[in-house]
Design a protein around this ligand. Structure first.
Ligand SMILES: [Zn+2]
Length: 504
């Protein structure tokens, strides 16, 4: 911003700059030109700029990165992604929990279950990720999108009977399709070891795929086999895949689920620390709530008692979030419905799953606040919403509130993290882990993904009964320099880009 330098496109003045690295904030100005940050001045400056924004001492930080999203299809069908960018999120990673948008013929069924009546646009190719990412560049959403390759979908595509062990030929086809997905732009691969058909994989299979990936780069993200009584075994398995496979590990939505498991996160965090002390790149993500959410069919065994391992779930803790076949059940627990229908809770769950299959989503109140805070406090935890948009129903409020909730409730109100550290967990830390180059920090040369928020008022407002509510305190959001949220309202702009992985 020296005299004689070319005119800026955007000058953001009078900001409390939280640069994403965890360093103390400072007051200053940031200049942007041609989608990049070109100047940072620790003072208020006058400079030639096409647009100037005086933010009146509010926080200016890098845009937030949601490392755990399930909006593989929402970015196609609802590209404005208001529920996400209005939280300050400027980039997200989809393809989590073994699920993914490609290849097309495997992804279509899941897409139809989430967005009934919406036709998934065609994308081709052996792995399909190249076409998917190209599609997003040609039909951009409002935020940047990177994807993992879903292990469950890889299995579906490569195996005759994906609910079993792969033959030698099928294992080599699995390896080929993973390599191809990485070459096509995936940032790694994800497993979903409670879901069909990912859960049929042995640790050896996951290691074999990790070894394949270690030749090109990319991380292994995992929804572990068991997040309750067998949590520690699950974390050990994830760490083993990383160490034997030679890849970085991301433990998805780190938690201890079910009363009998509360407190185990102290031990699981210790396992992560030990793995890191031995040189492993092991980290985790978390959403800041004491309830989870998934499809009802995935937890049926735990609810009916037919699953002999792990979690027992109480019917009063399982609440229907979305049920397109009978929206009147949304917001009711399995116990509520059992009283209405005058049948046993297990039979309620079975009947709803039979009717609704993959379309029924539930919220599961199975965690405790102490554990949420313990995990959040730990320096290896970054933030991921685990949100999934469904066109109707009452989704888990994390879809609308995750990032403001960390900054408001947990950083400001409960002082679990400093403001600078909370921002780091949602910016530079995830950018580094997921290989998102030139994003996640405010520095000269970085992409101009930026958020302006009011640290005094930032708060989530989405609740269990009224989840579709935008947060408070997010004033402005810029994605690749373009304003997508102005004075708290979506501008309709869609400047997002695909974020491609280590193989280019
Ligand atoms: Zn998951």
């Amino acid at each position: 911003m020296k005299n004689g330098s070319p005119r800026l496109d955007l000058l953001i003045r009078n900001a409390r700059i939280v640069d994403g690295t965890g360093a103390p904030s400072f007051t200053g100005s940031v200049g942007v030109r041609g989608d990049r940050i070109v100047a940072i001045e620790p003072s208020d400056v006058e400079a030639e700029a096409t647009a100037t924004l005086d933010v009146d001492g509010r926080v200016l930080s890098p845009g937030f990165i949601d490392v755990h999203s399930h909006d593989d299809f929402a970015v196609v069908f609802e590209p404005e992604m208001g529920f996400k960018v209005e939280q300050g999120v400027t980039s997200e990673i989809v393809g989590n929990c073994g699920i993914g948008a490609a290849p097309h013929e495997c992804a279509r069924g899941f897409s139809n279950a989430i967005f009934p009546g919406h036709q998934l646009p065609p994308w081709n190719g052996f792995a399909g990720y190249l076409d998917y990412l190209d599609y997003l560049d040609e039909n951009p959403p409002s935020l940047n999108v990177g994807t993992l390759a879903g292990h469950g979908v890889l299995r579906q595509a490569a195996m005759e009977n994906p609910r079993g062990a792969p033959s030698a030929g099928e294992l080599s086809r699995l390896r080929d399709s993973l390599r191809c997905a990485l070459e096509e732009g995936a940032v790694g691969y994800s497993s979903g070891l409670i879901y069909d058909p990912s859960r049929w994989a042995t640790t050896e299979e996951l290691v074999a795929l990790a070894r394949e990936m270690s030749r090109t780069g990319g991380l292994y993200a995992t929804h572990m086999r068991d997040e309750s009584r067998l949590l520690l075994d699950s974390v050990a398995e994830a760490i083993r895949v990383g160490s034997e496979g030679g890849v970085p590990v991301q433990i998805s939505h780190h938690k201890a689920s079910g009363r009998a498991s509360w407190g185990l996160v102290h031990d699981s965090l210790r396992l992560i620390e030990e793995a890191r002390a031995q040189g492993g790149d092991v980290t985790a993500d978390q959403y800041p709530y004491t309830a989870g959410s998934t499809i009802l069919s995935a937890v049926l065994g735990w609810l009916t008692g037919e699953s002999d391992e792990g979690l027992r779930m109480e019917p009063c803790d399982v609440v229907i979030a979305s049920n397109p076949d009978d929206p009147s059940l949304e917001g009711l627990s399995i116990a509520d419905i059992a009283r209405q229908w005058e049948i046993a809770p297990a039979d309620v769950a079975r009947r709803i799953v039979e009717q609704g299959q993959l379309r029924v989503w539930v919220v599961l109140h199975t965690m405790c606040e102490d554990d949420v805070q313990t995990v959040l406090r730990h320096p290896t935890t970054m933030i991921g919403s685990d949100g999934i948009q469904t066109p109707a129903g009452k989704p888990h409020p994390r879809l609308y509130g995750t990032f403001p909730r960390v900054l408001g409730r947990y950083a400001r109100d409960l002082a679990i993290l400093s403001l600078e550290e909370a921002v780091r967990r949602m910016t530079s830390f995830p950018a580094e882990k997921f290989g998102l180059r030139d994003r996640g920090t405010i520095r000269v040369g970085a992409h101009a993904d930026l958020v302006v928020f009011d640290p005094e008022t930032i708060a989530d407002t989405a609740t269990w009964t009224d989840p579709r509510r935008a947060p408070e305190g997010i004033r402005h959001v810029f994605v690749n320099e373009t304003s997508v949220v102005r004075d708290g309202a979506h501008t309709g702009a869609r400047p997002g880009r695909s974020l491609r992985g280590p193989v280019r």
